[in-house]
Design a protein around this ligand. Structure first.
Ligand code: GAL
Length: 414
């Protein structure tokens, strides 16, 4: 009898104690390893620690997150998913369909996410009726960054059309300056490509081609022109571009080794982390053409066992959408808050431009998901486009052949 009651007491303690005293734990998989990115994610680590959380870092280097996503798949397949994962766009839904994502609706409802997030962002964070991811920011992809001193020296203004860009680049090249800092990795080629498609084709064309995958758009003369422009850009990169990480390309602009970079505003995070000042040391402008390509970073929580891990997931979700985190993190990261109620007074002019353009694009129907950053398409379709873009960029393939390959690759990916 005595033994039985001791056992019963222990079972009761086991059932209740962990919930009451669970120390929040989180193993967090992300790809934020560059200077600006590391400074940004440190804000979350600090806030988590300040609330008693124990953070186990799982950084997987590689811009754009391809390597991180490979690591994620391996972990989930081995039945050992990380607690929280940097995951975004349709990939969230794809993982949800595999049955491995946790429901974070309790936190979302308690914090009133529906009232503070724009509907377009909230849509990406929901899986059916439940909240399955927490948004961190809004990155804009269609940006050109420039070294101000170099442009001044050569009497060049920030280009507002692709023709102006080409003219500026020709002038710089003739003067012995590398016009375009670029990292030859597939996702970086894709990043440049989607800004060219938007700029040359306009918002409706971008949507038809890279969101709806409309065959006529994919094989159109406009798409041929986009590949022509990619070939022109290929002539503006230096000889060592192949395989270069994006942040090293940003450093080339910072150090005056190259004039421009076409990259999302995580590049601004690098400039700022290096103490560079927008408008003084470097310039930001949207790539030529109308529209806004958005890329929303978010974290999804995977189904895990253990009260401490579940506590960790809830705490992370709460902190991520918290007002202070959204402000401080995004000032470091180069992006703008996902929440609409965070004042931008302390943000720089590039961030203010991003917010103004996002509002105008949303009103004008040209706020568009970035395909290159996993916001528009499922993995297979996005991969088919990127394979074509990078095959063309790294060979002497004609634009006509590229368009043919594009349509076939997309059809085969369906
Ligand atoms: C993007 C991501 C950004 C940034 C970039 C470079 O896909 O959304 O947060 O880190 O990759 O790694």
């Amino acid at each position: 009898m005595r033994l039985k009651s001791v056992l019963a007491a222990s079972v009761a303690a086991l059932a209740f104690a962990p919930l009451a005293h669970a120390e929040p734990q989180a193993e967090v998989l992300h790809w934020w390893t560059s200077g600006g990115e590391a400074k940004s994610v440190a804000v979350l680590q600090q806030e988590f620690a300040a609330r008693g959380g124990k953070w186990t870092d799982m950084p997987v280097a590689g811009g754009g997150g391809d390597a991180a996503m490979t690591a994620l798949r391996a972990r989930v397949l081995s039945g050992n998913a990380p607690t929280a994962v940097q995951l975004k766009g349709p990939a969230i839904q794809e993982w949800f369909e595999e049955g491995v994502l946790a429901d974070i609706s309790a936190v979302a409802d308690a914090q009133g996410w529906a009232a503070v997030l724009p509907a377009s962002i909230a849509g990406h964070m929901k899986c059916g009726d439940i909240w399955c991811a927490a948004p961190v920011n809004v990155h804009r992809v269609d940006w050109i960054w420039a070294n101000k001193a170099l442009l001044d020296k050569h009497g060049i203004a920030m280009p507002t059309t692709w023709d102006e860009f080409n003219a500026a680049a020709d002038k710089l090249k003739a003067a012995g300056v590398t016009p375009l800092a670029h990292g030859g990795q597939a996702w970086q080629d894709a990043t440049v490509f989607e800004t060219v498609v938007l700029g040359l084709g306009g918002a409706d064309f971008y949507r038809k081609a890279l969101v709806d995958l409309d065959k006529d758009a994919l094989t159109s003369d406009t798409m041929v022109k986009a590949f022509d422009q990619m070939r022109t850009l290929r002539g503006y990169v230096d000889a060592n571009f192949s395989g270069r990480e994006w942040n090293l390309a940003t450093a080339m602009v910072m150090n005056g080794e190259a004039a421009f970079q076409i990259m999302g505003d995580w590049a601004k995070g690098e400039f700022v982390a290096a103490g560079k000042v927008p408008g003084t040391d470097f310039l930001c402008a949207s790539t030529p053409g109308d529209g806004y390509l958005y890329n929303v970073d978010s974290f999804a929580m995977f189904k895990v066992d253990g009260a401490d891990k579940i506590e960790g997931q809830n705490l992370l979700a709460e902190l991520i959408v918290g007002q202070n985190f959204q402000k401080v993190f995004n000032m470091n990261k180069g992006s703008i808050p996902a929440r609409t109620d965070v004042a931008l007074d302390d943000f720089d002019a590039c961030a203010k431009l991003s917010a103004a353009d996002m509002g105008a694009s949303s009103a004008g129907g040209s706020l568009l998901p970035s395909y290159a950053h996993g916001m528009a398409l499922r993995g297979a379709q996005a991969g088919a486009i990127t394979d074509t873009v990078t095959a063309h960029f790294n060979s002497d393939m004609s634009s006509a052949d590229a368009v043919k390959m594009l349509a076939e690759a997309v059809a085969n990916s369906m």
